[in-house]
Design a protein around this ligand. Structure first.
Ligand code: FAD
Ligand code: MG
Length: 564
């Protein structure tokens, strides 16, 4: 049948060419030209990074009006909160990653992705220089540069060793998927080494001494995972060395989980005590070798040396070189993260935005701004405000600084308006700015910079995408607060972070949670809450299904301890 249909097909082809073929070709090239033109008209958006901030931007962006190019050394998104679970095989590595191309394939256009590192940002010429990741293939490793109209920097942070000698060479980190996989192998190696013949008991103990530096969420979660893994799975298959295992957590401050509520810190400390995890507080690591870690006891100044089998370094975040270089160029040298304004624009470059762990919204002095808002409202400079003007002031402050209202509530003042009206609710004849200022004194020092979390990164990415989606509309109809220097209104409302709380899984199917409204819970039911929240936060149905099935598998069969 194939041989008979072949001439038929060629006849049809001939017919096609004779009749309308050239016409089709013509309209095709026309369409292409049209597309090219459209593309030229569209503003070029370059996104650096495909982590929490970058992906949430790309997911929410309406790409029909932009020409979007993405540069990232990873062609996948990794669900970092589950990385500690990957270190012990509770969850498999592939279950927490989703291909970026899969996430960003959209109905209304195309996003281009280049697997490369951005090595230089040139804001003066609106260009970025990129280096593909394939360093050993000369054809596929040529640097290229991209021009942009808008640049979104979402490259995250890197590990920070604080220059401690030996850390880079001898410690594990937990930032990337590969790190988690390396740790998984490392842990199993320690057990396989410890059961070999010919080792003394002391040597076996050393191989099975797991040290974690840093008592933040990552360190604590890893300690908990490792403890569960050893208790529930490993000791069954290495019964001879069961008694020799030890986990030590080294923390420089006085408590672990010190970004959490005190109740959670102490719950975690007590749980670790019961579990036999050694928590050493008030210690500073001086140096690390392949055999020992030397730590200084802060209170006495004494330096002790602990032999180890494996170390996880999970403390501190550092700046990526490409960001340090950019900071030098825009007059922000010496900072740890890029300073942006409330609209997430990098200070000093209007068309460059920074989101996630590589950025931080520079804290304005609220008091100074509020004085300006008053001045702007008091047009005739009389020192009094009409009711209408007062309304403007209150609205302005609320839009720009929602935290002012919260701050006043904490000082038992119901609202800003209360401060400015008399007991009958009428505006005071003379608005007493002095009284207002004294009620607010302290608000500046209470403003904290946002934590470096996935929650912040994702909200920033999504906020920015929404701004981009209404860019044209808001040019004509600005929705932001008044500009008090140049007049008019800001194009967009400023970014506002909503805190939904935070979790700390502590092992043994227990977790602690801090939820909005000063609500703290810990225990088994919280672990179930953790399961459901983390399942719901997955980027795709595929990873959701995989993660849930991994958890189920672990319940039924335990974790796998093969070294692959
Ligand atoms: P990242 O998610 O780190 O993404 C950075 C992206 O930039 C990556 O795709 C990277 O490949 C890419 N990149 C790097 N260099 C370049 C370059 N030169 N050019 C282009 N691209 C580049 N937060 C929570 O809220 N809850 C949690 O439970 C939680 N648990 C965590 C557990 C662990 C083990 C870790 C490590 C972090 C955890 N975090 C958690 C923090 C959270 O992961 C980060 O705050 C978040 O990833 C920050 O997002 P980001 O987009 O700024 O950076
Ligand atoms: Mg990102």
């Amino acid at each position: 049948r194939a041989s008979r249909s072949a001439p038929l097909a060629s006849k049809l082809l001939l017919l096609g060419t004779l009749s309308g073929g050239s016409l089709v070709a013509y309209s095709d090239s026309n369409k292409k030209e049209e597309e090219q033109k459209q593309k030229k008209k569209k503003k070029k958006v370059v996104v650096l990074g495909t982590g929490w901030a970058g992906i949430s931007f790309l997911k929410d962006l309406d790409i029909s009006s932009y020409d979007v190019q993405v540069v990232s050394p990873q062609n996948y998104f990794a669900f970092t909160p589950l990385l500690p679970s990957v270190t012990c095989g509770t969850v498999e590595a592939r279950s927490i990653v989703e291909s970026v191309r899969n996430i960003t394939k959209k109905k209304n256009g195309e996003i281009e992705l280049w697997e490369a590192d951005c090595v230089k940002i040139d804001p003066a010429n609106n260009k970025v220089l990129c280096q593909p990741v394939f360093k050993d293939d000369p054809e596929a490793s040529q640097e290229f540069s991209l021009e942009y109209d808008y640049l979104i920097i979402a490259v995250g942070a890197q590990v920070n060793t604080f220059g401690t000698p030996g850390v880079l060479e001898n410690c594990h980190f937990l930032k990337e998927v590969e790190d988690a996989q390396r740790i998984r192998r490392g842990v199993i190696d320690c057990f396989e080494k410890a059961v070999l013949p010919g080792l003394t008991e002391e040597q076996r103990r050393t191989k099975l001494h797991f040290v974690i530096v840093g008592g933040g969420p990552t360190g604590v979660e890893f300690a908990a995972e490792l403890h569960d893994f050893i208790e529930e799975d490993i000791t069954k298959i290495y019964p001879s060395v069961k008694e020799l295992v030890k986990i030590t957590l080294i923390q420089s401050g006085d408590h672990i989980l010190n970004s959490f509520d005190e109740r959670i810190s102490s719950f975690a400390e007590q749980k670790f005590l019961r579990d036999g995890i050694d928590v050493l507080m008030g210690m500073r690591v001086m140096s690390v070798s392949n055999k020992d870690i030397s730590v200084k006891i802060k209170s006495s100044g004494e330096v002790v040396s602990l032999p180890h089998g494996l170390i996880l370094w999970s403390t501190g975040v550092g700046t990526r070189p490409v960001i340090s270089d950019l900071m030098e160029q825009v007059g922000q040298g010496g900072r740890r993260v890029l300073a942006t304004n409330e609209w997430l624009q990098v200070k000093g470059c209007e068309n460059v935005y920074a989101v996630g762990d590589c950025a931080s919204i520079a804290q304005r002095k609220i008091m100074g701004d509020i004085a300006n808002i008053f001045k702007a409202a008091d047009v005739d400079n009389s020192g009094t405000l009409t009711e209408e003007e007062l309304q403007d002031v209150v609205e302005d402050i609320n839009v720009r600084y929602p935290q002012v209202e919260l701050y006043l509530k904490s000082k038992h003042v119901r609202s800003i308006k209360d401060l400015l009206t008399d007991s009958e609710g009428n505006p005071k004849k003379e608005v007493d700015i002095k009284a207002f200022e004294s009620a607010l004194s302290g608000v500046d020092s209470q403003m904290k910079s946002l934590p470096a979390t996935a929650q912040v990164a994702a909200q920033q990415g999504s906020y920015l995408a929404k701004c981009f989606n209404k860019m044209e509309h808001c040019k004509e109809h600005p929705e932001g607060p008044k500009r008090f220097r140049t007049g008019g209104h800001h194009q967009f409302r400023p970014f506002q972070y909503k805190h939904f709380g935070q979790f700390a899984p502590l092992g043994g199917d227990q977790a602690a949670a801090e939820l909005p409204g000063d609500w703290v819970s810990a225990g088994r039911s919280t672990q179930w809450l953790w399961y459901s929240v983390y399942a719901s936060k997955q980027v795709s149905w595929r990873t959701r299904a995989l993660v849930v099935s991994d958890w189920t598998r672990r319940y039924i069969f335990g974790r796998d301890s093969s070294r692959i």
